[in-house]
Design a protein. Structure first.
Length: 119
């Protein structure tokens, strides 16, 4: 069982930055690949950033490439999302999610944290 708790959301002006963090309560954090998702009102949830179990493989949605950076610290059971040059269209609830190495499904989700970008 994995419990995920996000923090770091808030209200920011366009062009600003926020850093989201996700703390995982699990014995072996490195058994899981991690993703950051977001869901805006009226839209489907989308994968924003992915990082594999050891940080050796990272991928981003085209909409955030060059602006967002995902990282993880396996010693601290945390995964972070540094968001720079934020735009109003980045406004959404952001979720941290975990999937086992052998699975393609994200089985564990945090409660979400709201990010609001105003122009």
């Amino acid at each position: 069982q994995v419990q995920l708790v996000e923090s770091g959301g808030g209200l920011v002006q366009a062009g600003g930055s926020l850093r989201l963090s996700c703390l995982a309560s699990v014995r072996t954090f490195c058994d899981y690949h991690m993703g950051w998702f977001r869901q805006a009102p009226g839209k489907e949830r989308e994968l924003v950033a992915f990082i594999n179990w050891n940080g050796g493989s990272i991928d981003y949605a085209d909409s955030v490439k060059g602006r967002f950076r995902i990282s993880r610290d396996n010693a601290k059971n945390t995964v972070s999302l540094q968001m720079n040059s934020l735009k109003p269209e980045d406004t959404a609830v952001y979720y941290c999610a975990a999937r086992e190495k052998r699975s393609v499904l994200y089985s564990y989700w945090g409660q979400g944290t709201q990010v609001t970008v105003v122009s």
